[in-house]
Ligand binder design. Structure first.
Ligand code: ARG
Length: 275
């Protein structure tokens, strides 16, 4: 019996070390019978409105890439789960989460009290603020100058919220677009006088479209600081815990800083991401 036990032990050690040439399946089941019966790991479906460079956008090959993709991929790795990204128009993105068509959303989503009522957010991962884009020749110097101007926003964004508040709910001067790039194209075409959107996206667009002859107008007195969060369906505490665990790990081990630097070319601001 002792000899048999010894042989079994040796087999187990070998299996555990992965030194056997034998196919991995039987070796694994000898070492840990439970894991052999475990179902294939669940792949969480992530919704993102991939028209938001440099955060989430499609490359020449049509792949969804950007800061958010790099970040959540790293977060999933550290949090011990798998993800697959699915382009999801902003217009229906929150419904898709609520209905269970998406398990997670990462789409430069600002954490707001209103949104918190219908979904749960991870710890914040990025600081943002609204920024005004105008033509170089524009006299707009502050947000208040846009009271009567034609202003482009992406429907249902925090940019839409602030402009709606400034101009009034029924103002015909608030021009709502399906995506932020469409609003910026309209500014280029002269159809609107300004666009109000997240700073990172506006800065990226202006830098990459010199022909558009835009400038940006910052107004930190008029705009509240915003923070992006990863969203899960309300009550999905298990997945949220995995996300937060992964997020804490990538912030702590330098992965976050590396992804930030890859995207923006600079170190993340010292205090960011503020908790
Ligand atoms: N941060 C803004 C918001 O949450 C805009 C986000 C838009 N994101 C996108 N991928 N289009 O309302």
């Amino acid at each position: 019996f002792l000899k048999a036990a010894g042989t079994l032990l040796a087999t187990l050690v070998l299996a555990a070390c992965g030194k056997q040439e034998a196919p991995p399946a039987p070796a694994a089941s000898a070492a840990a019978p439970a894991s052999a019966a475990a179902p294939a790991p669940k792949v969480y479906v992530v919704g993102t409105d991939a028209a938001y460079a440099p955060f989430e956008f499609q490359n020449e090959k049509g792949e969804i890439v950007g800061f958010s993709v790099d970040l959540l991929t790293a977060v999933a790795e550290k949090g011990g789960f798998q993800v697959k990204f699915q382009n999801t128009p902003w217009e229906g993105i929150f419904n898709a989460l609520g209905q269970g068509d998406r398990d997670l959303l990462i789409s430069s989503i600002t954490i707001t009290d209103e949104r918190k009522q219908s979904m749960d957010f991870s710890d914040p991962y990025f600081d943002a603020i609204q920024l005004i884009a105008v033509k170089e020749s524009s006299k707009v110097a502050k947000f208040d100058d846009l009271k009567k101007a034609k202003v482009g926003v992406q429907t249902g964004t925090t940019g839409d919220e602030v402009v709606t508040k400034l101009q009034g709910k029924t103002a015909s001067t608030t021009k709502r677009f399906e995506s932020t790039p469409l609003a910026l194209k309209e500014l280029e075409a002269g159809g609107v006088d300004a666009v109000v959107a997240d700073n990172g996206v506006v800065i990226h667009y202006v830098a990459n479209n010199p022909g558009a002859k835009f400038k940006t107008v910052a107004d930190t007195k008029s705009f509240a600081p915003e923070q992006y969060g990863i969203a899960v369906k309300k009550g999905n505490a298990e997945l949220l815990a995995m996300v937060n665990k992964g997020l804490a790990a990538v912030k702590a081990d330098g992965t976050y800083a590396a992804i930030y630097k890859k995207t923006f070319g600079t170190e993340p601001p010292a205090a960011a991401p503020a908790a």
